[in-house]
Design a protein around this ligand. Structure first.
Ligand code: ZN
Ligand code: ZN
Length: 339
């Protein structure tokens, strides 16, 4: 006798939908859970045999597709796929390889309440740690509830509802984003699946420097991969922490505030790099920076633009670094042509 075949992932739920272009995989699961009257992602995680604090990843694509009607391929694309099953080994997100685990926010979602109201989905762009603004609404994203002041959670009951019951779409007092925050958000948007629909009408104003043909922070980021953009911004902000003119008074706390500070520091220092101004680095060994840059330069995933920018910056920093031993050890780098 043949044993009855048991479907390992159980039945489908009545409300079915495809993953939207540019929609975050965790956001999709929350949207579908809410549409099916489940108590948010917490219930979905329970069905997947995961803990309350677990993050959904591409290994959950098959059951989620079966339950909610999305295609496995799109779910795999919009959930984080871990290399070698370990986050430290890097991952893929929204079609992009990411070399550092801190490039994604995962458990601390951010939203633009105005976009949630207009678009009805959570964007993959919001899951990048350095994505702090919405270009469409020219505002800073929300990472905490304006009512209960707790950080937003993927375990909230619905896309627009905080765990305290406050409706995020009721509106808040949006904080205006800086030009550099909008620029980074725009650079991320350009690399996301919903850019054609979302980016329409979101043209960035040309900066004054750009208008007169001067190199800018923007020009440093333009041709890089998403991973390259992240690495270069972190590298520039690390360098800025050592720069006598640019360095921050104090380190911010909280992921969103830290990301905003990282962008501000990187943009200030990046403008100097773009103008090839010598920095006054107050360190004998900007090791984190060198690590990030040499990593980009030698990474097999780096595009040729990533690698050549990283090599140029390394060369420039080694020439301008007070660490003569470091420069002499990397003499080939220090003699490289800049930009
Ligand atoms: Zn928005
Ligand atoms: Zn709340």
């Amino acid at each position: 006798m043949i044993a009855a075949w048991v479907d390992p992932v159980g039945p489908s739920f009545p409300f079915q939908d495809e993953v939207r272009e540019g929609e975050s995989g965790q956001g999709y699961a929350l949207r579908m859970a809410h549409g099916n009257g489940l108590a948010g992602l917490a219930r979905v995680k329970q069905l997947l045999g995961k803990t309350h604090s677990a993050v959904l990843d591409a290994s959950d694509a098959v059951p989620l597709a079966k339950w909610f009607g999305g295609s496995v391929q799109l779910l795999d694309f919009s959930l984080e796929r871990l290399n070698l099953g370990r986050r430290e080994a890097g991952s893929h997100y929204a079609g992009h390889p990411l070399g550092r685990s801190y490039f994604l926010t995962r458990s601390f979602p951010r939203v633009c309440p105005d976009c949630l109201r207009e678009l009805g989905y959570c964007r993959t762009a919001w899951d990048l740690t350095l994505s702090v603004a919405c270009v469409r609404h020219r505002r800073v994203l929300l990472d905490r509830c304006p009512s209960c002041l707790h950080t937003l959670s993927w375990n909230r009951p619905g896309l627009e509802v905080c765990s305290c019951g406050y409706s995020l779409s009721m509106g808040d007092a949006p904080e205006a984003a800086t030009t550099d925050e909008l620029l980074v958000a725009h650079v991320v948007d350009q690399r996301m699946g919903d850019y054609a629909a979302f980016g329409e009408g979101c043209r960035m104003a040309e900066s004054e420097e750009e208008a007169v043909g001067m190199p800018t922070f923007d020009s440093l980021l333009r041709n890089l991969s998403l991973d390259g953009v992240m690495r270069i911004i972190y590298a520039l902000s690390t360098a800025a922490m050592y720069d006598a003119e640019v360095k921050a008074e104090k380190r911010e706390r909280g992921a969103l505030m830290k990301a905003r500070q990282t962008i501000a520091l990187a943009a200030a220092f990046g403008a100097k790099v773009a103008r090839l101004e010598a920095p006054d680095l107050q360190t004998r060994r900007p090791s984190v920076l060198i690590d990030l840059l040499s990593d980009v330069a030698s990474s097999s995933r780096a595009t040729s633009s990533d690698a050549s920018l990283a090599r140029s910056m390394l060369g420039w920093l080694l020439v301008n670094s007070p660490t003569s031993t470091l420069a002499s050890r990397h003499v080939s780098l220090s003699q490289m042509e800049l930009f």
